[in-house]
Design a protein. Sequence first.
Length: 102
Amino acid sequence: MAERPAPAKGFYDLTTTQQMVLGFLQWYVHEHRHSAIRCVIMMQLHTGEEKVILAQRYALNLVARAVHPVCWSGRTRNWESGALVTLNSERILVTETVQMAA
């Protein structure tokens, strides 16, 4: 698994800062596997590829469970798609609560 780019020691100038942020975003969207969205890459979620990937993982889990049933104590992992991805989801909840109270 690729490591995320190391942060700069400081923001020396605008160009360096922009390059650091671009490098981070490139890694975050195109390389990082997010546990909240079933360990797929964000770009796979945006393109719809995650549905195929998750279906393949589910099928592989079923085969592994059938071949080695003693290794499985229960059901397979939840490989269903449909994860909702938000930025600052806690802020959305606070905003909705405040609006409902008003």
